[in-house]
Design a protein around this ligand. Structure first.
Ligand code: AMP
Ligand code: MG
Length: 491
């Protein structure tokens, strides 16, 4: 394989405090389930070599490429608010970094490749369902324009994994800007290892926030940068109805990408209190809580950087508070701007927040589908004839009519032609999301050896702002209400 020449493993060079060398544990019968060819090409990998039996050996960890220096990374984290001083890669192994065709440094990681020094009694493995689920959802997020880790490949291991029942095992090859988390900083803070925090912060500045290096206080600029990216990220989640489901500090990427797809899911019916994860009993990570949880996580990051914000401790705390308040402000602005565009408004007016809030309240009250409502507004902005389909999404269609009347008065203050407005709206309101019933059907077929529904859904989600006539069923309302839909963590 020619790929070895590309590896350049800067994280390994940070030193032994940051990771443990760990080889993937070979599996019985690796079989390639899916290869992401466009992504492989972007990374400069040899697609022909990844595609066959040889590729399955590499993507399962049975063969470690020369140039790879496999490690399990150390990190800590607050899980549901409780601090765990040592988590780390328990079922993931970082093979190394490549610089892609656009000059971007990307991590290549195997997830489900066997136990590591951080496995804490776990088997280090993953089942086919969660692996294909992460594949589908992370690739859908990328196509929706959301910063995210990517899925390069899924392989079956030919071995069972034992959860409540025996399930076919699989391994995901994940690609990320990096796998550094808020919890990576917390790992060193918990040990009082200030030198490693500085080393990590300097590394993160160089790799992800190069502009911060030139700031009067680079660490302050780093914290501001992380906050800005998280604000933009969570605002993006909110406007597509995405619920991460397990926003622990170890699942928050320093680079600002969506990471660790476990119990995540998209809402069908709009309800701000929606929680899908079976372990989130208090609704800590409910849809509407995501911005404030992100801010809470960033406060944990700020704590680890405090000594670098100012030599005077109380001044340092003050600076941290200012930056965290800045997060809230940046989020609010991104949220309002994003929803303004979703309802077809380009210019900002005072009354817009109320108009948006009232639509959302009405959708919640009347059980309207989040994705179809916003998508339908594009057509309705062009022609009131499209109201028929939209009204049908509301339990009481008159509730929509009352809102639509106010909306049209507001639209009249805008400048674009109806056709221009619709095009702009259709470019921000997806027609397709990985709906829960479709994902479940695809995974259940895959467990029985039929990958066709997975392939079909994955292909359709490559262009979520456009529906082929043959894919109309993928854009439609779910056949049954999702009231009892539950997701599980165990990737
Ligand atoms: P998660 O909630 O998926 O982000 O995982 C939280 C922690 O549990 C991480 O440190 C994982 O590496 C670890 N973990 C989860 N599942 C397993 C497993 N099957 N074997 C070993 N470690 C695991
Ligand atoms: Mg995790």
């Amino acid at each position: 394989m020619t790929t070895h020449a590309l590896f350049d493993n800067s994280y390994v060079r940070l030193g032994s405090a940051f990771h443990r060398p760990t080889r993937p544990t070979p599996v019985a019968a690796p079989l390639l389930l899916k290869l992401n060819r466009p992504l492989a090409a972007e990374l400069g990998l040899d697609i022909a070599e990844l595609d066959g039996a040889d590729g399955a050996a590499v993507l399962s960890g049975n063969r470690v490429l020369s140039g790879a220096e496999p490690i399990a990374a150390a990190y800590a984290g607050h899980q549901f608010g409780n601090f765990v001083p040592q988590l780390g890669d328990g079922r993931a192994i970082l093979l190394g970094e490549v610089v892609d065709r656009n000059g971007r440094r990307r991590d290549i990681q195997l997830k489900g490749s066997g136990p590591t020094p951080f496995s804490r009694g776990g088997d280090g493995r993953a089942a086919i369902g969660p692996v294909l689920r992460e594949y589908l959802v992370s690739e859908a997020m990328a196509a929706l324009g959301v910063p995210t880790t990517r899925a390069l490949a899924a392989v079956a291991t030919g071995e069972p994994v034992y959860r409540e029942v025996a399930l076919p095992g699989a391994i995901l090859t994940r690609v990320a800007s990096s796998h550094i988390r808020v919890g990576t900083f917390q790992f060193f803070a918990a040990r009082g290892d200030e030198a490693s925090i500085t080393r990590l912060a300097d590394y993160v500045i160089e790799r992800h926030y190069p502009k911060a290096a030139g700031a009067p206080n680079p660490y302050r600029a780093l914290l501001e940068g992380v906050c800005a990216r998280q604000a933009a990220l969570v605002a993006h989640w909110m406007r597509i109805g995405f619920i991460h489901g397990v926003m622990n500090t170890d699942n928050m990427s320093i680079a600002g990408e969506t990471i660790d797809y476990g119990p995540c899911a998209f809402m069908d019916t709009y309800d701000p209190a929606t929680v899908f994860s079976s372990i989130d009993r208090t609704g800590r990570y409910a849809y509407a809580n995501q911005p404030r949880i992100a801010q809470w996580n960033l406060a944990r990051l700020a704590e680890t950087l405090l000594a670098r914000l100012d030599p005077d401790e109380s001044r340092a705390v003050e600076i941290a508070h200012e930056i965290l308040a800045g997060f809230a402000e940046t989020f609010q602005t991104a949220q309002l701007d994003g929803f303004r565009r979703k309802i077809g408004l380009r210019r900002a007016r005072e009354e817009d927040a109320a108009l948006i809030g009232d639509l959302l309240a009405c959708m919640a009250q009347e059980g309207a589908d989040f994705t179809l409502t916003f998508r339908g507004l594009g057509a309705a902005a062009e022609s009131a004839e499209a109201d028929t389909a939209l009204r049908a999404l509301f339990a009481d269609p008159a509730a929509f009519d009352a809102w639509a009347q106010r909306w049209r008065i507001r639209l009249a203050l805008e400048e674009e032609t109806p056709a221009e407005r619709r095009a702009a709206m259709d470019a921000v309101n997806p027609a397709l999301i990985p709906r829960n019933h479709l994902v479940e059907a695809a995974l259940s077929a895959a467990r029985d050896g039929d990958l066709a529904p997975f392939e079909r859904l994955n292909a359709a989600l490559v262009d979520p702002f456009h529906v082929d006539p043959g894919d109309a069923d993928l854009a439609a309302l779910p056949p049954m209400p999702e009231a009892a839909y539950r997701t599980f963590c165990g990737t």
